[in-house]
Design a protein around this ligand. Structure first.
Ligand SMILES: [Zn+2]
Length: 175
């Protein structure tokens, strides 16, 4: 577990020129868009960022993050801790015009006035890395499969009807 709290604003050009590494954590509770996406969070995001300048003179950030995010289980809607991990390559640019020239390996991050809002960048990466749908293990879920198939909840039936493709496949097998 990393114990250094990262600054929320950094100076990426200076860090890149000195090939510095930032390692530490940020609190998930400060991430407003993540909260909108996934609900209230109590955990932290562990982060490692290597700043540098590539052979073409572009400033980049080679990044890694890991966090336990509480997501709502699709079956019972109770929170479920999900481990999210991501590696990313950011290209530091001064405007959207320069961003268009950046090679595909880099995700552009626009930096104005020498300052980078680190929290916002990490929040973007985290949201992009979230799984779309999560479920508890059946034994741990507060809604069991039996409850779902009893017919009380018509919206989420546990046994989907045979799809038209299954029917077609059967017909094809007979030929
Ligand atoms: Zn559940």
């Amino acid at each position: 577990m990393l114990t250094t709290r990262l600054p929320l604003q950094v100076e990426p050009y200076r860090l890149a020129a000195n090939a510095e590494r930032l390692e530490g954590y940020v609190s998930l509770a400060g991430m407003v868009r993540l909260e909108e996406e996934a609900g209230e969070q109590k955990g932290v995001c562990e982060v490692r960022l290597d700043f540098g300048v590539d052979a073409q003179g572009r400033r980049f950030i080679d990044g890694w993050l890991r966090a336990d995010v509480d997501l709502a289980c699709r079956r019972c809607l109770e929170p479920l801790p999900v481990n999210v991990e991501s590696r990313f390559q950011l290209g530091i640019v001064t405007s959207d015009v320069v961003a268009a020239d950046l090679p595909n390996a880099y995700e552009p991050v626009v930096v104005e006035n020498e300052q980078l809002n680190l929290l916002s960048v990490l929040e973007d990466e985290l949201i992009l890395s979230l799984p779309q749908v999560v479920y508890h293990d059946e034994a741990e879920c507060s809604v069991s499969r039996d409850q779902l198939t009893s017919g009380t909840d018509s919206e989420s039936s546990g046994t989907p009807a045979a799809s038209p493709f299954d029917v077609l496949r059967k017909l094809k097998d007979k030929q």
